[in-house]
Ligand binder design. Structure first.
Ligand SMILES: Cc1cc2nc3c(=O)[nH]c(=O)nc-3n(C[C@H](O)[C@H](O)[C@H](O)COP(=O)(O)O)c2cc1C
Length: 488
């Protein structure tokens, strides 16, 4: 495959991680070059952030879970994830961001946080604080959470039903938007020794939110931060999830192991965006991918095989159980899951896709161990393995065929795989004119980094949060006049 050079848009390249020894590579914590098991050591995060910024990655995006994957060999069996550290243990992703911010100036930080278990006031406060400390470089990956174990950790007998979680998330966002955009007037803080005013009375107001799920009086306790509303990521794939994401996301992670599948999701998001009055270009669409790159195809393939030798099958199948809600241990070891009765259609579609992309894949049996092998590194995302030219061609194919804006890149070993990308791949992408030499706004905010449209750090006019904005000179924000009381 040659380089088409057809698309000269600048790609978004995001590093994908987790505050855990094993994100989407169970067992790889044992690899001698992996440092992700140092996730409780600030030195690891500081090094990682420095490396990513030096290479000009757009951002570091940290996934998070509030429970344990206990479907496999279960229900309720917590043991399969333990040896391979399959997203367990896992710690709070927030605190390390401040340390990383101290040693960088432009790298953005995406932090995953759930709308299902924490009061919006507490989260809004934490994000505002961090938006100050990072000088506007935080993003929020909004999730509604999908683990039964998480619900139980927060005292529920079972999960809030799927679509109800999104309804709750909708109100949750209204509360946070009111706090971030509508509680402090843009010119509230003057810090003027002459008038002896830090903040001008009358320019801070309560939000007095009373809804179906939440009550919050306000005012927001943190003064206005550079972005106010953090840059918003989302990854909903269900009908309710897609509507929610299209409304609120500024960047979205799309599903699909093959570009033509992702294309369908991308097209439907853009169509939906137009229908609800958003500019489809204001939502960056990113595909998940793992990239193993080296000087030659052979060297990269050898690296991939070597990583695989550390993979932990039980850990991987436990992750599978959490992602798809299916305990695969109930089927026989030799069973071909493409034909297994009672298996979810979505997973069988995925297996069909794999079987067509793996050489000879149509004729092999897609057994448990084969599924574990395919998911071992990178999980249910695409793979790009090869020389810089090969990987660049694969990515270009994704950009063109799926019509996306960039990638969320996971690793087998960290920071090694990111260093390889910087060393081998980025020079090739720059030769092709598809990846920047420097940040769009060096020292700028996450929104200026990802949007790169020269429109500054605040949410764009087509974003629902902008309706809550309290502008200088307004006695009260528009929404409080009753014209817009919620995002419909
Ligand atoms: C790249 C990517 C990252 C995700 N990260 C998380 C995460 O860190 N925590 C989480 O609870 N869910 C995460 N999800 C799950 C999504 O938020 C979402 O629940 C999932 O895609 C299913 O969509 P639905 O909620 O509309 O059914 C992620 C999904 C993708 C594709």
């Amino acid at each position: 495959m040659g380089s088409t050079g057809a698309s000269q848009k600048q790609w978004v390249m995001n590093a994908f991680a987790m505050s855990s020894p094993g994100h989407v590579a169970a067992g790889l914590w044992r690899h001698p070059q992996n440092r992700s098991q140092e996730y409780l050591n600030l030195g690891y995060w500081i090094d990682l952030a420095r490396i990513l910024e030096e290479g000009k990655f757009n951002g570091l995006f940290i996934a998070d879970m509030l429970g344990i994957y206990d479907v496999y060999q279960g229900p309720g069996n917590i043991n399969p994830v333990l040896p391979g550290a399959a997203q367990f243990p896992i710690s709070d992703p927030f605190p390390a961001i401040a340390a990383m911010a101290a040693v960088t100036t432009s790298l953005a930080f995406g932090i995953t946080s759930s709308t299902t278990y924490e009061h919006p006031f507490a989260l809004a406060r934490r994000f505002s604080t961090l938006d100050h400390l990072t000088r506007g470089r935080v993003g929020w990956n909004i999730v509604t959470s999908y683990l039964e174990s998480a619900a139980k950790n927060f005292g529920l007998d079972t999960q809030v039903p799927h679509d109800t979680r999104y309804a709750k998330a909708e109100e949750y966002l209204n509360v946070t938007y009111k706090l971030w955009e509508g509680s402090w007037r843009d010119d509230a803080v003057v810090q003027d020794p002459k008038t002896k005013q830090y903040t001008v009375p009358g320019r801070v107001r309560r939000i007095d939110h009373e809804g179906e799920w939440f009550k919050s009086a306000g005012p927001h306790t943190v003064e206005p931060s550079p972005q106010r509303t953090p840059f918003i990521f989302q990854a909903g794939t269900s009908s309710a999830g897609k509507v929610f994401a299209t409304k609120h996301a500024e960047a979205m992670f799309l599903p699909g192991m093959e570009p033509h599948v992702t294309r369908k999701a991308a097209d439907s998001i853009r169509k939906l965006a137009v229908e609800i009055g958003r500019n489809p270009d204001s939502i960056k669409l990113l595909a998940g991918i793992i990239i193993i790159v080296d000087e030659t195809d052979e060297k990269a393939q050898a690296k991939y095989e070597e990583y695989l030798s550390y993979a932990d099958d039980d850990g991987t199948l436990a992750l599978f159980g959490g992602w798809y809600g299916v305990d695969i241990s109930q089927w026989g070891d030799d069973e071909d899951f493409r034909f297994a009765p009672g298996f979810p259609g979505a997973v069988q579609g995925m297996l069909e896709a794999w079987s067509s992309t793996v050489p000879g894949g149509k004729n092999i049996k897609w057994t448990k161990s084969r599924i574990a092998r395919e998911l071992a590194l990178g999980g249910p995302h695409a793979k790009a393995i090869g020389s810089p030219e090969t990987v660049a061609d694969i990515l270009q194919h994704w950009i063109d065929e799926a019509n996306i804006d960039g990638f969320n890149i996971s690793y087998a070993i960290s920071p090694g795989n990111f260093q390889d990308i910087i060393k081998y791949l980025f020079p090739e992408l720059r030769r092709r004119g598809v990846f920047w030499d420097d940040y769009a706004v060096p020292g700028g905010t996450a929104r200026e980094n990802y949007s790169a449209d020269g429109k500054g750090p605040r949410v764009r006019a087509d974003h629902p949060a902008s309706r809550f904005r309290w502008r200088a000179g307004e006695e009260v924000p528009e929404y409080a006049k009753g014209e817009v009381d919620s995002v419909k």
